[in-house]
Design a protein around this ligand. Sequence first.
Ligand code: DON
Length: 559
Amino acid sequence: MKIALYLLALLSTPLLAASPEAIYGKTGIVTSRSALASAAGLEIMKAGGNAVDGAVATAFTLAVTYPSAGNLGGGGFAVVRLADGKVVTLDHRETAPASASRDMYLDSEGNIIKKLSTASHKATGTPGSVDGLITLLETYGSLSIKQVIAPAIRLAEKGFPLSHDLARQFNKVLKKMEQYPESIKTFSKKGAPYEEGDIWRQPELAKTLERIADSGRDGFYKGKTADLIVAEMQRGNGEITLNDLANYKSIWRKPVKGTYRGYDIYGMGPPSSGGALVIQILNMMETYDVSAMGFGSAKVIHLMVEAERRAYADRAEHLGDPDYYDVPIAKLTNKSYAAQRFSDFNSDKASKSENIGAGYWPEESPETTHLSVYKEGVMVALTTTLNSDYGNKIIVQDAGFLLNNEMDDFSIKENSPNQFNVIGREANSIAPGKRMLSSMSPTLVLKDGKPFLITGSPGGSTIITTALQVIVNVIDHGMSIEDAVSLPRFHHQWQPDRIIYGKYGISPDTLEVLKKMGHIEFKEASRARGIGDANSIMITDSVISGIKDPRNEGAALAY
Ligand code: DON
């Protein structure tokens, strides 16, 4: 209740439903994992900002109001369609520090040092988020950094009432922060647990945000904030230096583009695998009558699982940072390659993953976050992460923000499964300055050149299949945005050879049919609310509709 009142005070609009109902607007719309962050984006667009301004304001605010994934100390990817129709993508993924080396997480006998790539200062890649958000703003925004970052500063300084979900998360993560007094200080009341409704203030973070407001990227990558990051690294034997920070640059990359039944699909290229895989799977599905098979049918689940199996096997072999490894992206996203790769598909029988490729693929924790924004022809899909929830759990002392543990997305040892069971390959080995492979899949869909759908999700390897299912639900099954986002999802990732599904996602008799086809293992997703968190927007001639994925908190807000 306190939160709703607070939001009402913050907003001039009462459009606050965080329910499975879509929110409708005429001009602009934002959907994100935090109602306060969506409100910040809306406030900025109402003040005259465009969708890029709105997205940047939302992302900076997520670093304050949704700290497990919203971040200054992490990285992400953005896919943007401009008013003139051009589509651009910005890679602001973290980089391996200059001192990084292929075997940096191995002991002298070549064994993996437990938790070094996930729960230590050494787990952190040079952060890309601040450079990315400022680059987006300076290139395609219309307002100043001072204007768009103001809501984030206000919320960090004055604080906001903790929701039930945030208070619960803080109390759960405290155990993993025991060695880090600054993190305990941030996420508890001097060691005592926060409760729902407590006002949470972050004065150090507010000061860091103010330095960014005053000096742009130099407010983070140079001067006091950079000194604080390096001091934190030295305290914990981390790798990032002032040079690593000064040298960080986000990169404009060519979008990966595909088509599906007359729609144009734009996704993020490497070092994310997201765009390539979404397009590759759609290509394999396109010659089949998915609509006639019907949502949730054994036939359609089988078809999608078999396409996913092949695409994820290719991911392990071919995907990595394109500046370090020659990723065959044109081939992977090509329709004739998809036809060839899918030529052994049998519509009645499951194939065996060991015959499709070799290796394993990770299961990851559900903490990354995706936001979608639209206004006047401009579409923004932005996914950002610290990797694990709350990253490596380390708050930079006196700077108020968490560090990522993204280095673990590299293959830390060839042919050895890392914490998520992933086996390494050359394409994704560690090298100085290299970006670790991602699954993030911010995606735009256009029809006849006009905006149609904005989607994306957290969820590690399930990010790709979540975005895929929103697209297929809308295009093949003709669903509204609320049905397309809300209905249960399923996932297959080649290795382990298993279908994961959200609660109620596969009926018992459908399971029986799939088993008879030869699918061997099934697992209900361990998170009660299922797979993904796909905050999405649909645009038609007459109406803009958006939804906050009902699996989690947050809000779609429109005007
Ligand atoms: O970039 C990636 O693919 C991972 N670091 C994302 C991690 C993730 O999504 C965790 N949970 N949502």
